[in-house]
Design a protein around this ligand. Structure first.
Ligand SMILES: [Ca+2]
Ligand SMILES: [Ca+2]
Ligand SMILES: [Ca+2]
Ligand SMILES: [Ca+2]
Length: 479
């Protein structure tokens, strides 16, 4: 079904959550954190880094996209003004979090999924305020992000959601009185066991100045592009029993045209062992999009990639978080080869990625890039399943081994969603992480070379929710 306009009724709910328990905790923690330093609002000069996550694809502001480059944050020149990193009472941008949730019985999370859920977490008047969108048509939102259509009658920004079982791409807008309603851009049954929209990136893929969506799905290997929310999806690929977990967009070959990168892999195997995966590149054209394998991972696979100019030479690179090779010995899963972060440039052969870092864990499903210390050079954060959060820095030879240091071993989760972004616009990116193991959303700031952590949101039953993605959004969308 395409282009169905939902008449929104009982499938959608909006709650202005007060959540006294968790909010009170958050507020107390925030007060404690602020009390330690002088409470100053950082940066009259605005600013904001031009870094942010996945942010190579486009001039974010023109695209109405969500990737918080300096222009979109309202500043033009990054400020060098020092700040103590204390949390201001109000922030111009908040976090939109995409979740799956599970029913709770006798205070325990069950395996029964609840409605797909989005939380919009914003800082207003000295408190973190949570607003919720739920959709009973699906049981997971894999991603939620701001999207501004450039065609159709209503070109106001909305929250775009990528949902699973059922698979749906919807755009949500907040109406009078705060109620959210959606229109459906694409929903489909792909013909396999699972129907999931898994990931999407917004970019000017056709060079026409309009934001298109490149979308990854499960489990029939469908990769499609929506040129706008009212057009038919253009399918660039399809392969049975194939899961595509991630999309990235960038210009790795430096010809001024954007390429789409995706991570098809075989289904997961509970017993571990070999699981073939690739990274493929498509170059969208009016006629379709040629497919090239840029990374052949052999008996290993990846669910997380990053495309961007991390080393600052003006050219994008591809980074692939290759999952560990494991074997089952005596009932427990052993790591035979650890997680590798491999780098590929335009001229790197598909079997020739350079290992810039290793992480001793089974998998690492979030890479996010930004400038945590405001020195104008980018760092990469890798959020690993159980081995915590790692800060990776390119060395003097960014095609060799990078510096690796632990940020926090006491943080984890299956996805372990993480985002570097400059919500407080002081010219340094903060790190926001959802530690699903603890049921906490945490904020890290770097001062004098060290990171400092504070909890900004906490839920009572950690296992009742799983965080799939974090993106920034303008606070004014919920005011
Ligand atoms: Ca290109
Ligand atoms: Ca580069
Ligand atoms: Ca830096
Ligand atoms: Ca900042």
């Amino acid at each position: 079904m395409l282009r169905a306009i939902d008449s929104v009724g009982s499938d959608m709910s909006m709650k202005r959550r007060s959540l006294w328990f968790s909010l009170c905790l958050s507020v107390l923690l925030a007060i404690a954190a602020v009390a330690c330093g002088s409470k100053e609002n950082s940066g009259s000069g605005g600013g904001g880094s031009a870094t942010a996550m996945g942010g190579t694809a486009m001039g974010a502001s023109e695209m109405g996209a969500t990737e918080m480059g300096a222009t979109e944050m309202g500043g033009t020149t990054p400020t060098k003004q020092a700040s103590n990193g204390a949390l201001p009472d109000d922030l111009p941008h908040g976090l939109v979090l995409a979740y799956s949730q599970f029913e709770v019985e006798n205070g325990q999370a069950t395996a029964r999924p609840g409605p797909a859920r989005v939380e919009l977490l914003s800082r207003q008047g000295g408190q973190w305020v949570v607003e919720t969108i739920e959709d009973a048509d699906s049981n997971v939102f894999h991603k939620a992000m701001v999207f501004t259509p450039r065609s159709g009658d209503n070109q106001a920004p909305g929250i775009l959601t990528l949902a699973g079982n059922q698979a749906a791409v919807k755009l949500w807008r907040r109406g009078e009185g705060g109620a959210w309603s959606s229109t459906t851009a694409w929903t489909e049954e792909f013909g396999g066991r699972h129907n999931r929209m898994r990931d999407a990136e917004i970019a000017d893929l056709y060079g026409d100045g309009k934001p298109a969506l490149a979308i990854a799905t499960h489990d029939q290997g469908v990769l499609a592009i929506l040129r706008d929310l009212s057009s038919e999806p253009v399918r660039l690929d399809r392969k049975p029993d194939t899961f595509i977990h991630e999309i990235e967009v960038g210009d790795v070959n430096g010809d001024g045209k954007l390429e789409v990168y995706a991570t098809p892999s075989e289904p997961n195997r509970a017993e571990g062992g070999a699981q073939h995966g690739e990274v493929v590149r498509y170059v969208p054209t009016e006629e379709g999009g040629a497919r090239t394998v840029v990374a052949d991972l052999g008996n290993r696979h990846a669910k997380e990639i990053y495309v961007g100019d991390v080393d600052g030479d003006g050219r994008d690179e591809l980074y692939v978080a290759v999952e560990a090779l494991t074997s089952r010995e005596g009932g427990s899963l052993q790591i035979t080869e650890p997680v590798e972060i491999r780098r590929y440039d335009a001229d790197t052969p598909a079997d020739g990625g350079v290992v810039v870092a290793t992480i001793n864990d089974r998998f690492t499903r979030f890479l996010t890039v930004g400038d945590v210390d405001g020195d104008g050079k980018k760092e990469m954060i890798a959020a690993s399943f159980r081995a915590g959060i790692w800060l990776l820095r390119p060395g003097s030879n960014p095609r060799g081994e990078w510096g690796t240091e632990s940020v926090d071993r006491d943080s984890g989760g299956f996805e372990h969603a993480a985002l570097l972004t400059d919500l407080d616009a002081d010219g340094r990116d903060e790190l926001y992480v959802s530690s699903d193991t603890d049921g906490e959303i945490r904020r890290y700031v770097w001062r004098n070379g060290r990171s400092r952590r504070e909890v900004i949101h906490r839920r009572e039953i950690p296992r009742a929710m799983m965080t799939w993605n974090i993106m920034p959004f303008p606070t004014e969308m919920v005011q």
